[in-house]
Design a protein around this ligand. Sequence first.
Ligand SMILES: NC(=O)c1ccc[n+]([C@@H]2O[C@H](COP(=O)([O-])OP(=O)(O)OC[C@H]3O[C@@H](n4cnc5c(N)ncnc54)[C@H](OP(=O)(O)O)[C@@H]3O)[C@@H](O)[C@H]2O)c1
Length: 251
Amino acid sequence: MLAGGNLEAFRAGLKIASEDIPMNINELSVGLIGGTGEEGRGLALRWALAGAQVSIGSRTIEKAKSTADELNALLAARGDAAIQQIGSGENKDVIARSQFVLLTVPFAHAASTLEAHREDFREGSILIDITVPVSFEQGRVRYVELPEGSASEHLKARLPENIPLVAAFKTEPAHLLAEIGEPLDCDSFVAGDSKEARLQVMEAIGFIESLRAVDAGTLYSARTLERMTVLAIGINRRHKIKTARYRVIGL
Ligand SMILES: NC(=O)c1ccc[n+]([C@@H]2O[C@H](COP(=O)([O-])OP(=O)(O)OC[C@H]3O[C@@H](n4cnc5c(N)ncnc54)[C@H](OP(=O)(O)O)[C@@H]3O)[C@@H](O)[C@H]2O)c1
């Protein structure tokens, strides 16, 4: 399943024909740094359901394995034989074997985690940054201002130059991602300075059921996307819900 006309228009702009970048979701490897957390678990489940080869990463191998076992039990209960088992490993091993590496740790630990694993990325891989810098002060959620303008721009400098960083999944609520019986029914904004990397991430997201990838442009847009997450958290709190998210109308 592709992301529809939106993706086709983006391809046309890039002058890339669909057949130039064939993507077989069953061969796509997705690794999650800190995939043992709430957001990581939900994304692991959604990617596994899409058909990708998913690996949960952790600082400890035991925690990675127990999380993967738990998620595999959830998937097995659905009785879908086509789904590949979710694997596990220490963060460094998961990074080394994955084409898409998702950074799913709290923002406060994101830079140190990337610096520790700078050399572990394989050629041709893409880092997908989902982090949002927020603080909770006196019961209020606040965006943490950074000199670079956004978490993604802050983190980009921590990666080797040959590894593109793409911001995605910033606005998808963890609670809903983990509810695999529920449709996501929302848009997934994708931003990054490498058009090719952006296209690959959009194409892969298009395989996730009920999620539409939307081209959000260069990494500069991460400044807006991260603040949209803060807005969604505030809406959740005021309306006593957990699933506020975004859909572009007219696209
Ligand atoms: N929650 C949402 O709705 C939502 C929405 C959009 C984006 N996000 C972003 O998603 C990211 C993950 O959120 P989350 O709620 O899943 O986070 P979390 O559960 O608090 O943490 C995720 C994982 O990060 C690892 N971690 C914790 N402290 C660490 C440290 N000092 N160094 C390295 N790794 C550490 C842990 O894995 P191990 O102990 O296994 O290593 C932990 O399980 C955040 O950046 C958040 O801003 C969240």
